[in-house]
Design a protein around this ligand. Structure first.
Ligand SMILES: Nc1ncnc2c1ncn2[C@@H]1O[C@H](COP(=O)(O)OP(=O)(O)OP(=O)(O)O)[C@@H](O)[C@H]1O
Length: 239
């Protein structure tokens, strides 16, 4: 049986009840392999944020199943007690706005998470520096976020999402604030990281610049998803 990075089946989310109930997600099935980067697109109100929040264990689904790797996370109820530790160790979040802490250097912004997870200062900073090197922003390690370009800030945000080596990354509009060249660089970086670290990555986007880069694209409309095949890495190689 193939092992997925993250897999959901029959996942549903209803807000409210009775006549005013909103069925935001209706029996969604998704499987993302380790190393795969998929896109998720859909119009406003279609359920993208709700799906991302369920996948990120930020809100509780109403029904269905979710596995991360071979661990059953949700089966009509949460199957693990410490959701905060799950989010910290298994899921990396990358947002449209990098949300870097303005008075910490780039390096400390990234080192903070492994410190919170129990690593000592020196170990955490070395891990952070190694990752900044992979993302080609190590020369900005001692700069404050306000001194970085938008593309550099977004790469720092990716580093922070990755630092605890989560098996899953959820990226919400990570390129919306970037021009085409920087947007494609961020997506290339996510693809390289996914491949090298065996991470399953889901990118929610409205960004036409990056939509052709996905080999698999999930469309969502009125809480229902369907899948489309795209060009993927061969498109990225041409850019
Ligand atoms: N807390 C909530 N209570 C009630 N209804 C909600 C809640 N959150 C979302 N919804 C409803 O669920 C549906 C899906 O919303 P969601 O925010 O997931 O859409 P979206 O695709 O992310 O939209 P956008 O692109 O505008 O952010 C919408 O009808 C929305 O009004």
């Amino acid at each position: 049986m193939q092992q997925y990075g993250i897999q959901i089946s029959g996942l549903s989310k209803t807000f409210g009840r009775g006549d005013t109930a909103v069925h935001a997600l209706k029996q969604i099935n998704m499987q993302i392999a380790p190393g795969e980067v998929v896109g998720l697109i859909g119009p406003s109100g279609s359920g993208k944020s709700t799906l991302l929040k369920c996948l990120g264990a930020i809100i509780e689904p109403s029904a269905g199943q979710m596995h991360i790797g071979d661990q059953l996370i949700y089966d009509n109820a949460w199957k693990i007690s410490d959701l905060r530790a799950l989010r910290r160790d298994k899921i990396g979040f990358v947002f449209q706005s990098p949300y870097l802490i303005p008075f910490l250097t780039t390096l400390d912004n990234v080192a903070l998470l492994p410190m919170l997870a129990g690593k000592n200062n020196k170990e955490a900073r070395q891990l952070a520096l190694d990752l900044l090197t992979v993302l080609q922003v190590e020369h900005r390690a001692h700069a404050l976020p306000s001194r970085l370009s938008g593309g550099e800030q977004q790469r720092i945000a990716i580093a922070r999402g990755l630092i605890n080596r989560p098996p899953v990354i959820l990226a919400d509009e990570p390129t919306a604030a970037l021009d085409s060249v920087r947007a494609l660089t961020v997506i290339k970086t996510l693809n390289e990281i996914a491949r090298d670290y065996k991470t399953a990555v889901i990118v929610v986007t409205h960004d036409d610049k990056i939509i052709p880069t996905f080999k698999r694209l999930y469309h969502i409309r009125d809480g229902v998803t369907y899948e489309e095949q795209g060009e993927g890495r061969s498109f990225l190689e041409k850019t």
